[in-house]
Design a binder for this molecule. Structure first.
Ligand code: 8YV
Length: 328
């Protein structure tokens, strides 16, 4: 590209160090008051930028992407999931899409393990009792949860985060089971002593805890449908730190309300930031506001990745974290 600095429009407030670096390297237009951009504002930004640095709160559907100007060559997403971007529409206009894989893995796996512990051991429910001033003293049959050691964890999606979760879960004595499009390599499978289930249905019916760790794509929308959720055993727990759309949230809320499964730990929701009102009233759920990757370290590393992707493209190379649409 020409020697002028590329116009990079950043849709949300990013960590100060990331913004400072962007100002040094690019003609960066920052969103200092951090208000999410409307579809019209996004379309206008696409019309005049070389690069749009996006986050999950930007809906870049076909209509918005069709407004991209001739300069727009790269959508550099701050985040690993790109289900808010119409990849086919970007690809057909010759626009690269990049994401930030790898740097969210460990922190997301930590919080997934945290949700498994919090839901099976009733951590949030117990803390709420204390804060409400309702702790009347120890009782042998009160606040009983379920032991992790010896139980079966079924991981739906054995990519980077699924594997990082499996390593943690093994240290807690959980037996690792997983469903994935294909089995992991024999080296990883042996390391994790993991059992592969080609049939998701069969795995769900036999697990004590299920964790959703696959990306949201057209193929995984409502992968955990009402029918599949009914395969879970009544003592099972379900945890989701991937995307809300992968689980039929209304069906899950109904089952939790009727105690048809034991509990859930959810960091993501089907219609974020809305949460199914039934879930908000239940005691057998732990609900978090999409924060599984929210550490200072991860956010800085995500910013580094965005900068590296833009800078590599600017230097005339293919950015390292290109997301290739599935149909290619
Ligand atoms: C990010 C996430 O914080 O990276 C992802 O896919 O779900 C989050 O943990 C968010 O997407 C930032 O855009």
């Amino acid at each position: 590209m020409a020697s002028r600095k590329p116009k990079v429009i950043v849709t949300r407030k990013l960590p100060d160090a990331v913004e400072t670096r962007m100002r040094e390297l690019f003609d960066a237009e920052l969103n200092l008051d951090d208000a999410p951009m409307s579809p019209d504002a996004l379309a206008a930004a696409l019309g005049r930028a070389d690069v749009l640095a996006t986050t999950i709160t930007d809906r870049l559907d076909e209509g918005v992407i069709s407004q991209a100007g001739p300069r727009l060559k790269l959508i550099a997403n701050f985040g690993v999931g790109v289900d808010h971007i119409d990849l086919a529409a970007a690809h057909s206009r010759g626009i690269f899409v990049t994401n930030t894989p790898g740097v969210l893995t460990e922190d997301t796996a930590d919080l997934t393990m945290g949700l498994i512990l919090a839901s099976t051991r009733r951590v949030v429910e117990g803390a709420a009792v204390l804060q409400a001033g309702e702790f009347r003293g120890w009782n042998p049959t009160w606040m009983l949860g379920r032991r992790l050691r010896g139980k079966r964890l079924g991981i739906v999606g054995m990519g980077r985060i699924g594997q990082a979760l499996a390593r943690r879960a093994r240290a807690f004595g959980l037996a690792i089971h997983y469903h994935n499009r294909k089995p992991v390599s024999s080296v990883i499978s042996e390391e994790l002593e993991a059992t592969y289930w080609e049939s998701l249905d069969q795995m769900l019916a036999r697990m004590d805890i299920v964790s959703v760790n696959c990306p949201h794509t057209p193929g995984t929308y409502h992968l955990l449908s009402a029918r599949r959720l009914r395969l879970l055993q009544p003592h099972a727990f379900i945890v989701n730190t991937a995307r809300g759309e992968i689980i039929d949230e209304a069906a899950l809320a109904g089952m939790l309300e009727r105690n048809e499964i034991a509990g859930a730990g959810l960091d993501v929701f089907e219609h974020e930031p809305s949460v199914n009102p039934k879930l908000l009233k239940l005691k057998n759920v732990v609900l978090l506001p999409h924060m599984s990757s929210a550490t200072i370290e991860t956010r800085l590393e995500m910013g580094d990745k965005v900068v590296i992707n833009i800078r590599t493209w600017m230097d005339g190379h293919k950015p390292p974290d290109r997301v290739i649409p599935e149909f290619l």
